[in-house]
Design a protein around this ligand. Structure first.
Ligand SMILES: CC(C)=CCC/C(C)=C/CC/C(C)=C/CC/C(C)=C/COC[C@H](O)COP(=O)(O)O
Ligand code: GRG
Ligand code: MG
Length: 289
């Protein structure tokens, strides 16, 4: 059991599933306030507890499936770079990892479809994109980074899709944009960190094509644009002033992540700082909603 949780990277799954719940909660706040204002409150549903549980399970399963299929395709690289992982260490066979991943993709998509068809469509599209990313896209310059950025940001869209017919997706779109940009920046930094292994593997990642320095400048630019845009959820009255105070801490962590890659040329430290900043930003969404 422990090996399968490690294969799923259950910490990432939990973070993604919490992000999706934030999407549900914020979308509900917006659409229920609009419903009251438009005086069709009587027709508006109460907070969907069962659908929220389903949202949590879907994102936990699909994120875990994405990580499992990613390690399935990465076996040759991981045998060298990450031999302690469940598949190269022999704790889980390649075939078992693939079947486990496909079962999680299927379960996530079926549960999503039971919420509504838009949620089902998002889960299915994301599942197919995760398989395509792991098998092909991750070795292409920028497209792989954009795919992971969309997938991470889509957790908020997925939560908002519970209220699709009330405009729930529109309400959380700014959160999607912020998370997507921050993730793309971090993914470019991760590719800078992995440049030697990727070069041996024949991957055509951005740092290999344009050089690690230019890739670092692009990652820094995208990350800093996300920081400058971070007050938007407050300006749009999605969040309270508590968000503004807490996201300022996340912004400082993003700035340190940028300094680590641009000033100190330390992609490993920068990647860790980006992830810490994203986690703190998620806390600011929760506290500020
Ligand atoms: C400026 C601002 C306010 C940005 C918002 C940042 C934010 C709230 C991001 C949300 C991040 C999120 C939902 C993360 C879920 C965890 C996850 C699946 C991240 C994607 O990770 C892919 C990565 O390649 C995994 O590698 P590793 O972390 O090294 O295992
Ligand atoms: C909203 C729904 C239904 C699903 C969202 C699913 C999510 C959040 C996906 C986020 C991105 C994710 C988990 C991608 C998995 C593949 C990946 C990027 C793994 C990291 O792989 P590598 O680039 O190989 O780096 P390492 O293996 O060295 O960490
Ligand atoms: Mg990998």
């Amino acid at each position: 059991m422990q090996a399968y949780l490690k294969l799923m990277r259950s910490g990432n799954c939990l973070m993604a599933a919490i992000a999706a719940l934030v999407g549900v909660f914020i979308a509900y706040n917006i659409v229920s306030a609009n419903a009251t204002a438009d005086s069709y409150a009587a027709a508006f549903p109460t907070f969907p507890i069962l659908d929220s549980l389903k949202v949590f399970l879907v994102v936990f399963f699909v994120t875990g499936a994405g990580n499992a299929i990613n390690d399935y395709f990465d076996i040759d690289i991981d045998r060298i770079n990450k031999p302690e992982r469940p598949i190269p260490s022999g704790k889980i066979s390649l075939k078992a990892a693939m079947y486990f991943s496909l079962a999680l993709f299927a379960a996530g998509s079926i549960i999503a479809a039971s919420i509504n068809m838009i949620c089902g469509a998002i889960a299915l599209v994301n599942s197919l994109l995760l398989i395509y990313y792991a098998s092909n896209l991750k070795r292409t310059a920028l497209f792989g980074n954009i795919a992971v950025g969309y997938l991470t940001g889509s957790t908020f869209l997925f939560g908002g899709a519970v209220f699709f017919e009330y405009g729930g997706i529109k309400g959380v779109f700014v959160l999607f944009v912020l998370a997507t940009m921050a993730t793309i920046a971090r993914e470019i930094v991760k590719d800078i960190e992995d440049i030697e292994g990727d070069r041996e593997d024949g991957a055509q990642t951005l740092p290999i094509i344009i050089g690690p320095k230019k890739a670092a400048y692009l990652a820094a630019f995208i990350g800093l644009v996300a920081v400058l845009a971070s007050p938007l959820p407050y300006i749009q009255s999605l969040m309270t002033v508590r968000y503004l105070i807490l996201v300022a801490v996340a912004d400082i962590l993003f700035a340190v992540a940028v300094y680590e890659i641009l000033g100190k040329n330390n992609p490993a430290k920068s990647s860790k700082m980006f992830k810490m900043a994203m986690a703190f930003a998620l806390i600011s969404f929760i506290a500020g909603a």
